[in-house]
Design a protein. Structure first.
Length: 262
């Protein structure tokens, strides 16, 4: 199993400075990997008492059975993970408020490559680091996968995203979260977060902006772009090259459109 190295944050300590509403239903923050899970998780942590956080693990299919109690409606918890669509997933999440984070596949490729090449990720593709493979080739690996090592993006978006659509799952776009964080004092942002938290049964308190600013502080996130350690000779472009954009469109035709990116 890959190992993720991330610095510990201080949000649990900050959480104690606020009064919290009691969750009435389990809340699960799900995402396609590299779509802002830590960001949204950290924001939500400021609105739910620490005693109702399910901190045992990042919930995924291999460990779902042993952590099914995270979704117990009799003892509601806030939990998070990368949970693909499956029969057991649907059964255990039946009573949970389920939000699913997605991201523009063009930017997702860059974020995935940046994370895999960082020192924060240690796994079976460490041999690609330190300039051992050209960046354009690494980007293609993020699109089409690596045989027996890394799944291709079609598998990931089908199982972690598309299969959840059209259900009670609330789809949340990473870019919309970022846009409203940048304009947090606007009425539009207030309406956006009011609707997002309202979906989870949480009313915005008067100090909601302060809580969101604390939770979204990038210094608190070990997976934020600027907190990843990458070798100087492996510079990831800010924008996906045109050819790789065409390859993404071939690899997962129609996905950007159904998610509202095209």
């Amino acid at each position: 199993m890959p190992r993720i190295i991330a610095k510990k944050d201080t949000l649990d300590e900050l959480n104690a400075n606020f009064e919290h509403q009691t969750l009435q239903s389990p809340v699960f923050i799900n995402s396609v990997p590299k779509c802002g899970t830590h960001l949204v998780r950290n924001i939500f942590r400021m609105f739910v008492a620490h005693s109702q956080h399910y901190n045992q693990t990042f919930i995924q299919i291999p460990v779902l059975e042993q952590h099914r109690f995270a979704f117990d409606p009799a003892q509601p918890k806030l939990s998070w993970g990368h949970l693909l669509f499956a029969d057991d997933s649907a059964i255990y999440l039946k009573h949970a408020k389920h939000i699913l984070l997605v991201r523009d596949p063009y930017d997702w490729i860059l974020a995935r490559a940046r994370f895999f090449l960082s020192d924060n990720f240690q796994g079976n593709i460490d041999h690609l680091k330190n300039g051992n493979a050209a960046i354009d080739e690494v980007l293609n690996m993020m699109i089409f996968g690596i045989y027996q090592k890394v799944p291709n993006m079609q598998e990931i978006f089908e199982s972690n995203c598309l299969a959840w659509m059209g259900t009670k799952t609330k789809i949340v776009r990473y870019e919309d979260v970022i846009a409203n964080l940048k304009n947090l004092n606007s009425k539009k942002a207030e309406s956006y977060f009011e609707e997002l938290f309202g979906h989870c049964g949480i009313e915005l308190p008067n100090d909601w902006r302060k809580r969101i600013r604390l939770g979204s502080d990038r210094k608190q996130s070990g997976t934020a772009r600027e907190n990843l350690s990458i070798a100087a000779d492996q510079i990831i472009p800010d924008t996906l090259p045109d050819m790789q954009k065409k390859l993404v469109d071939i690899a997962i035709p129609g996905v950007r459109e159904i998610l509202g990116y095209a």
